[in-house]
Ligand binder design. Structure first.
Ligand code: ADP
Ligand code: ADP
Length: 215
């Protein structure tokens, strides 16, 4: 079962992906986390991606597709995966369909978490991320038990460089221009299920779980 979580930056894809992956025993594949891992390890791919990420632009399709293809072909994705942040362009969506066909699978369902821009800005401005495990918190809406410390592994939480106000605006614009066409792409295939992402984390999870079970 391959599931694609769609939505603008700050919609709650990472937050929901962790909950849903646990529920269905699926591997969580986040293209953003893969890029950040490469950045931390200063790999060639990380160095290439860095400038794009800092500017809030998309990393070119060819390198992004190659990175995700390598990840999805590992054994822990053989029975399915939860994709978060990929695909982000129509070319990536076509490439995904090809990769899954090779694995004998296909996209099962595309929950689209919809949230208006002004809410996204507030969410990204208050987002704190664990550099160790990738878990995300919000200082107001989803705080850790101890301020600044990850509940799971005790690491010191950080604010991502690309969550600065000017980069956030650029990322939202890039999403509108390059990723929004995917809403129609998956709607035409009958896979899209729109979920109201302004509700609480628990309510959004419930709606997504219901959509996947029906899909
Ligand atoms: P994305 O992966 O789509 O960029 P995140 O899952 O990182 O989004 O969420 C962005 C921020 O919003 C985080 O700080 C997260 O804790 C918070 N958040 C996620 N879902 C909700 C929600 N339903 N209500 C309020 N805040 C939320
Ligand atoms: P968010 O969910 O908050 O938008 P991500 O962690 O998914 O952020 O992505 C962070 C950055 O990584 C993006 O701004 C972009 O530069 C790069 N990136 C992640 N996924 C992709 C992708 N599928 N295609 C191109 N660039 C990507």
């Amino acid at each position: 079962m391959y599931i694609v979580l769609l939505g603008p930056p700050g919609a709650g894809k990472g937050t929901q992906a962790q909950i849903i992956a646990r529920e269905f025993g699926l591997t969580h594949v986040s293209s953003g986390d893969l890029f950040r891992e490469n950045l931390k390890n200063q790999t060639e791919l990380g160095k290439l991606a860095q400038g794009y990420m800092n500017r809030g632009e998309l990393v070119p399709d060819d390198v992004t597709i190659a990175m995700v293809k390598e990840r999805i072909s590992r054994s822990d994705c053989a029975n399915g995966a939860l994709l978060d942040g990929f695909p982000r362009t129509p070319a990536q969506a076509d490439a995904l369909a090809g990769m899954l066909a090779e694995l004998g699978g296909k996209v099962h369902c595309v929950p689209y978490i919809s949230v208006p821009a002004e809410v996204l800005i507030e969410r990204l401005g208050g987002r704190w991320t664990c550099p160790q495990c990738g878990r995300v918190y919000h200082e107001k809406y989803n705080p850790p038990r101890t301020a600044g410390v990850c509940d799971d592994d005790g690491a010191t939480l950080i604010q991502r460089d690309d969550d600065k106000a000017e980069t956030v605006e650029r990322r939202i614009r890039v999403y509108m221009e390059q990723t929004m066409p995917l809403i129609e792409y998956y709607r035409r295939q009958g896979l899209l299920v729109e979920v109201d992402g302004t509700k609480s984390i628990e309510e959004v999870s419930r709606d997504i779980l219901a959509a996947i079970r029906k899909g």
